[in-house]
Design a protein around this ligand. Structure first.
Ligand SMILES: NC(=O)c1ccc[n+]([C@@H]2O[C@H](COP(=O)([O-])OP(=O)(O)OC[C@H]3O[C@@H](n4cnc5c(N)ncnc54)[C@H](OP(=O)(O)O)[C@@H]3O)[C@@H](O)[C@H]2O)c1
Length: 302
């Protein structure tokens, strides 16, 4: 089968012919209909996360998968339509077939194309974790989403809106209308000047951008407000010195959480699709993602 792999950290990902994975204990084979790209794939390929997620080479990239169970086992029937978030240490989504732990599979939504559903696996689940588990957002709170048009941000805007928050979204001019469509009550063009001049009184910031954007976000929080940092652990001391709190969201695969967000796809939660590519062009998709301006998810599959 074909797979997008690296033979060492720093290798450019390349499409190769490899043997089909042999399912181990507790695993079932899944024919991949779609895989979604994440910045995590870039970090894995570069070796930036080797301490947290060591891998064995050759390593097939990709964690987000939707497909069809190819052989019955562990409570799943051949032909079942499923979504899963693979352990980054194993990877394997950017391939024609994957061996997936049966307890990580959840039923695919009925109303969304199967390949598209893969887009929820990391991004929607991370947004859900940030909003409900880390920040425990309540109706009426003012929630600022930094990077509202991106993978995690596009879900965070929708989910914060569903939780009853007043949603403020930052995006570039090209992303402002997208953020409004997704449910933002206010949109801010991040290219037009310092954030604190445009918004104040925010209870929770979901920052999917990091760096300077994350620092600026500390200035817009109410006393005791919470910055939830998605790209990297925040500077908690700096936050404390300004009278606010900061926490990191560390997303780990969790079938129960994934099941929750996948169910919401049948209730109108949208996977914003930037583009669809065949597996043969997945490496180009990663190059595009690395530029940092994707609008929603890049789906590899038809
Ligand atoms: N902690 C975890 O467990 C976890 C889980 C998931 C993701 N992450 C990390 O979170 C980060 C975001 O992931 P993602 O999948 O959402 O990435 P993404 O899809 O590549 O998001 C890119 C978005 O960021 C926006 N952006 C860039 N600079 C901005 C700025 N200064 N202000 C506001 N928006 C800006 C871009 O909007 P424009 O095009 O409009 O500029 C683009 O839409 C990555 O570092 C990823 O590795 C961490």
């Amino acid at each position: 089968m074909k797979a997008l792999l690296i033979s060492d950290y720093g290798d450019p990902p390349r499409l190769a012919d490899v043997a089909e994975p042999v399912p181990g204990d507790g695993e079932v084979p899944v024919q991949v209909s779609g895989a979604a790209l994440n910045p995590l794939d870039l970090k894995m390929a570069a070796g930036h996360l080797r301490e947290f997620f060591p891998v064995r080479f050759p390593y097939t990239l990709g964690t987000d998968i939707a497909g069809v169970v190819a052989r019955a086992g562990h409570g799943w029937a051949a032909g079942d339509r499923v979504v899963a978030r693979l352990d980054p240490r194993a990877g394997g989504a950017l391939a024609e077939l994957a061996a997936v732990p049966a307890d990580q599979l959840v039923p695919a939504p009925a109303s969304v194309p199967l390949s598209t559903a893969a887009g929820a696996a990391t991004a929607a689940a991370t947004a859900w974790q940030a909003l409900t588990e880390v920040a425990a957002v309540r109706p009426g709170q003012r929630v600022l989403v930094q990077g509202a048009a991106g993978g995690v941000g596009s879900f965070a805007v929708q989910l914060a809106h569903r939780l009853g928050a007043h949603v403020i979204a930052t995006a570039s001019p090209a992303g402002l209308a997208i953020a409004e469509e997704l449910g933002a009550d206010e949109v801010i063009d991040y290219t037009a000047g310092p954030l604190a001049a445009r918004v104040r009184g925010v209870d929770v910031v979901i920052d999917t951008v990091g760096g300077r954007a994350g620092e600026q976000a500390l200035d817009v929080l109410v006393p005791g407000g919470l910055l939830v940092a998605v790209p990297a652990p925040p500077d908690a001391e700096r936050a404390a010195s300004r009278g606010v709190r900061a926490a990191f969201v560390f997303h780990e695969s969790d079938a129960a959480r994934l099941g929750t967000v996948v169910t919401l796809l049948d209730d109108g939660l949208r996977v914003l699709v930037d583009r669809r590519l065949p597996l043969a062009d997945a490496a180009g998709g990663l190059t595009y993602l690395a530029r940092g301006h994707a609008k929603g998810k890049i789906i590899v599959g038809t």
